[in-house]
Ligand binder design. Structure first.
Ligand SMILES: Cc1cc2nc3c(=O)[nH]c(=O)nc-3n(C[C@H](O)[C@H](O)[C@H](O)COP(=O)(O)OP(=O)(O)OC[C@H]3O[C@@H](n4cnc5c(N)ncnc54)[C@H](O)[C@@H]3O)c2cc1C
Length: 384
């Protein structure tokens, strides 16, 4: 049957869009027009972000050149940010003031750390752990400071997996740079509250054994210039603070009036399709899957990636769609920054060099699958 070409727009080139972007010819060869909108030509893989901060990885090991990935395959790239959209008028509104009309749209805009809940104004030395490129900025600034002989007091705020990995890799960065500094991890009620006791114990021993101070039972109330105030009104001075207090989707979905889940993510059915608009899809941290309360982990975004390719194509061509069933158990390996990892899957937990090597192998294999745009040809620390 003859099908008229339609306009498919990808908003954000995150983990859940990589399979579609790599296979754009599936859309374009059928006569469809494709556009990718992203604030940066690069997307950083979060799983290797803490390792990049610590110096185990270089920026080009960790990013995808999504602009090239898209344009090499015949798509248009718009370097901009979608601020809101009108699902009835099929229109996206961009930060630059421009708007873009779509027939089918897919969102993979991730999530952000709500730093503004803790500090009245943005500060250069208060760094959200997402977007992951922030960790590269921090690395460059700390390396420069260490070379100038500066000592750093670091405060890491948030005791989840990200806070733990950041603390361990800051330690590694200081070792690498022969820098001086103190690291305090302010964990909230408990370090890694949703992990089994053994994971918690291994993380406490690993960090504590390297003189990283872990504060449990203390919650950060506010951050001012160079000072954190805790709920017991004690204060901690810092030169650089990392905020890892959890993530939530941007307010774009709430603003657009599209149905959302409890955290403001776009509410989608098992086909990863908005429950109200059949031409709107999404994946990764920015969606809320009907009937589930999924953790914000990249594992899901990556699994959704091939479902989105299939279902976007099916929507454009009128074919059968696939459904996404979140796996009940997934593997997590935490990079502790000392060449060791903590492995956790179901009740199996262990720590050591082997866990780190396995994570490194799996992460590099994932990168290799989607680094098809000459990422290793230009080796530069410059941030775009
Ligand atoms: C330090 C750290 C370490 C982590 N390690 C792991 C791990 O080892 N394993 C794991 O499973 N999970 C890990 N996570 C969780 C993981 O980061 C997220 O679950 C994952 O990034 C979700 O992928 P995503 O593609 O949905 O979002 P993102 O990775 O955030 O990608 C979203 C993309 O959308 C773009 N974008 C954002 N807003 C807009 C907009 N308005 N318009 C257009 N484009 C936009 C961004 O530039 C970005 O490229 C970690 C998180 C952190 C913070």
């Amino acid at each position: 049957m003859y099908s008229m070409g339609k306009h498919l727009v990808f908003v954000g080139g995150g983990h859940a869009h990589l399979t579609s972007l790599k296979n754009l010819s599936d859309f374009i060869s059928r006569g469809h027009r494709v556009t990718l909108i992203s604030p940066s030509p690069y997307h950083y893989y979060s799983g290797m972000g803490p390792g990049m901060l610590g110096g185990s990885y270089q920026p080009w090991d960790v990013h995808f050149h999504i602009e090239k990935l898209a344009t090499d395959r015949g798509a248009t790239f718009i370097q901009d940010r979608v601020v809101t959209f009108d699902p009835l008028a099929h229109r996206l509104f961009l930060q630059s003031g421009r708007d873009v009309q779509y027939d089918v749209v897919s969102f993979n805009t991730g999530s952000t750390v709500p730093v503004e809940a803790l500090t009245k104004e943005p500060h250069d030395n208060v760094i959200a752990v997402k977007p992951v490129v922030n960790l590269l900025r921090a690395r460059n600034a700390i390396a420069k400071g260490s070379q100038e002989g500066r000592a750093f007091n670091f405060a890491v705020i948030g005791g989840g997996a990200a806070g733990v990995e950041i603390s361990g890799n800051l330690w590694r960065l200081l070792q690498e740079q022969r820098g001086n500094g103190r690291i305090v991890l302010i964990a909230g009620e408990r370090l890694m509250p949703s992990a089994p006791d053994k994971v918690r114990r291994l993380a406490v021993e690993s960090l504590g054994g390297r003189d990283i101070r872990i504060l449990e039972g203390k919650i950060v109330e506010s951050i001012e210039r160079g000072m954190v105030t805790l709920n017991d009104q004690t204060t901690i001075d810092f030169d650089i603070a990392f905020v890892a207090t959890g993530v939530r989707p941007a307010s774009m979905f709430l603003d657009s009036g599209i149905p959302t889940g409890p955290d403001g993510g776009m509410l989608v059915n098992a086909r990863l399709q908005s429950v109200a608009h059949s031409d709107v899809f999404g994946g990764g941290d920015c969606i809320s899957l009907e009937g589930h309360n999924l953790a914000k982990v990249g594992v899901y975004a990556v699994r959704q990636s091939s479902i989105l390719l299939c279902n976007l194509l099916a929507t454009l061509e009128g074919d059968e769609m696939m459904t996404f069933t979140p796996q009940a158990h997934y593997l997590l390996i935490f990079n502790m920054g000392n060449g060791k990892g903590i492995f956790w899957k179901r009740s199996r937990v262990f720590q050591g060099r082997l866990a780190y090597l396995l994570k490194n192998y799996l992460d590099r294999r994932f990168m290799k699958a989607f680094q098809v745009s000459g990422e290793h040809d230009v080796k530069s620390d410059t941030i775009e």
